[in-house]
Design a protein around this ligand. Sequence first.
Ligand code: AMP
Ligand code: TRP
Length: 331
Amino acid sequence: MEETKKRMLSGIKPTGKLTLGNYIGAIKQFITYQDEYEMYIFIADLHSLTLPIDPKELRENTKDLISVYLACGLDPEKVVLFKQSDVSEHAELGYVMTCNSNMGELSRMTQYKDKSSKLGSNESIPTGLYIYPTLMAADILLYDADYVPVGVDQKQHVELTRDLAIRFNSRYSDTFKVPTPITAKTGAKIASLANPEKKMSKSESDKGTIYLLDDLNINRKKIMSAVTDSDNTICYDPINKPGISNLLTIMSSLTNRSVEEIANEYNGQGYGTFKKAVADVVINELEILQNKVNEIKKSGMIEKVLEDGANKARYLARKKLSKVYRKIGIN
Ligand code: AMP
Ligand code: TRP
């Protein structure tokens, strides 16, 4: 008999444009899991509201994100793909989780501390930023997810989710599965091309960030101008040669070859030749991706995929939420 598959769930916020870091560190990882696990992948649009965002931009980012999910090969026959706001149980259970959390534990969250400290001294801290992890806990606990693949920065939120699940279970009897975070193997962290000591991100620097849907010539130029070092040997050494190591990591992730094998092939050929090779690989992959994204946007399939996904997700979410309401005495 076929063993039942473990369930995996993850989401990405449609905040800002998608980067090569998101692609290699998150989306490509999801693809590798889709046969082995029962997967739920969603667009965390409610999470995008924690800091001010323009409605038009949010709408566009959402469409880009679902198109990229599909263009990369997430198969809606295998994966439940949906939008968080289509399943209102997320917000409802989020409220219950907020009531079961305390200010001390939310104040200790690194992301909250980082993001709130970056606000200007006369800006007030949005409450949504503070309760962000309780909504994220609801996202995960609604579906009894066994595993949650996330970036290192999100691991703490999954750990808090575990604490909240254990607390709820002991207070009201067994209700939630306690999830396990999965962080990608080392090597899956892509650095900024302009500042290879830092993570490639929307907020780091435009010059160092490859946006998946940007003009290909601009992206090629960014790779050709990637910051490296001056000793002209190509080898993987993240401490002393972060720029070259980052390019090796990017090429390795996109070609499924090891960094050593690539370093051996290009060593002695000079950084210019190597950068051009990396640019060719990246641009080729992005060109294919962008063509598929455009086809998907034109095809009209997005609405149908999201509707089917929301219906499937809602089925589990409703069951779980009514169980929760029963236990806490609300129905
Ligand atoms: P974010 O864009 O920071 O909300 O992240 C969405 C997902 O993409 C998370 O799972 C991150 O771990 C992943 N991610 C973002 N930037 C990078 C990066 N530079 N390298 C690897 N993974 C990343
Ligand atoms: N907080 C995650 C991020 O910023 C996105 C997210 C929201 C998420 N809910 C989730 C990830 C549930 C995994 C599981 O990247």
